[in-house]
Design a protein around this ligand. Structure first.
Ligand code: IPE
Ligand code: IPE
Ligand code: MG
Length: 263
């Protein structure tokens, strides 16, 4: 049996705490409907869950949290709901910066931000700048984001570099494409959570989640608190990630201490 530590396994399969958690925050509308309130009441309530999860990531030493706030498909919702989501985003960007700084959280927004109003784009830039030096947690908010958009944009970047004579098409491999996606400097998601009961990816981080552990819960996003997040993390810590290898290989490397580095 070949038990050599493979060069291709760049993620520690034994790491019990994920470095990067990605969450589809779903179920706000249903949460509100159950209470006879407008869907937007659920979106407002959901901000509290965002705070709870961000602070729990800081406490647990998770490096990166990516939250799906608005998909490229969500523009198709009723105009009034889209407007309120934009307003909420504006308010949160202004109101949360102080708390983010207190928690040493760096905020970045991923997605096609050119579709937002000038004012919102300025507010995004401002929040990013004011939190840019924080290092404890990378918080990425995916807004007007789509996994396919991300991949298509990377392909366009490659094509432009080829056209400009800076890139040889033969040099295009998975790594070359990955380096032109939205967050090439951060680890790929280890744990992919979706609240709200649906079991689908809805065009969230597709390429980067190729080997993420999936966790689905029926809990609606406004009810997702520290304890619920803790259950997801406990579940993750019990998974065996194999990345195409066998369980025996992973166990052998683990016994050899081959992956006990916590970089
Ligand atoms: C997720 O909750 C928030 C956004 C998509 C902006 P939903 O609004 O999708 O809530 P449900 O799925 O209708 O309950
Ligand atoms: C995904 O939820 C997008 C966000 C949570 C921002 P949706 O509620 O839009 O997904 P679908 O439409 O049910 O697949
Ligand atoms: Mg939904």
């Amino acid at each position: 049996m070949n038990t050599a530590t493979p060069a291709v396994l760049t993620v520690d399969p034994q790491r019990s705490v994920p470095r990067h958690v990605a969450i589809i925050m779903d179920g706000n509308g249903r949460w509100a409907k159950l209470r006879g309130r407008p869907r937007t009441a659920g979106h407002r309530e959901g901000v509290k869950s965002v705070r709870a999860v961000v602070e729990e990531c800081v406490r647990r030493g998770i490096d990166t949290l990516t939250l799906f706030a608005f998909s490229s498909e969500n523009w198709q919702r009723p105009r009034a709901e889209v407007n309120i989501l934009m307003e909420l985003f504006m308010t949160a960007l202004r109101g949360e910066v102080k708390r983010l700084n207190e928690n040493d959280v760096r905020l970045r927004v991923i997605g096609e931000r050119g579709a937002f109003s000038e004012k919102l784009q300025r507010r995004i830039r401002d929040a990013e700048t004011r939190t840019a030096n924080n290092v404890t947690l990378n918080l990425q908010v995916a807004a007007n984001y789509g996994g396919r958009w991300d991949i298509a944009r990377a392909a366009r970047r490659l094509a432009e570099e080829v056209r400009a004579g800076r890139l040889d098409p033969d040099a295009i491999d998975e790594d070359a494409l990955a380096r032109r996606l939205s967050f090439p400097d951060l680890p790929e998601p280890d744990l992919f959570i979706r609240t709200g009961g649906e079991q689908r990816l809805s065009n969230f981080v597709l390429w980067q989640s190729a080997y993420a552990e999936l966790y689905f819960t029926d809990i609606l996003w406004p009810d997702f608190n520290e304890a619920a997040f803790g259950h997801a993390l406990d579940d993750f810590s019990r998974r065996q990630r194999r990345f195409g290898h066998t369980g025996e290989q992973i166990e052998t490397w683990s016994a050899m201490g081959a992956y006990e580095r916590t970089e």
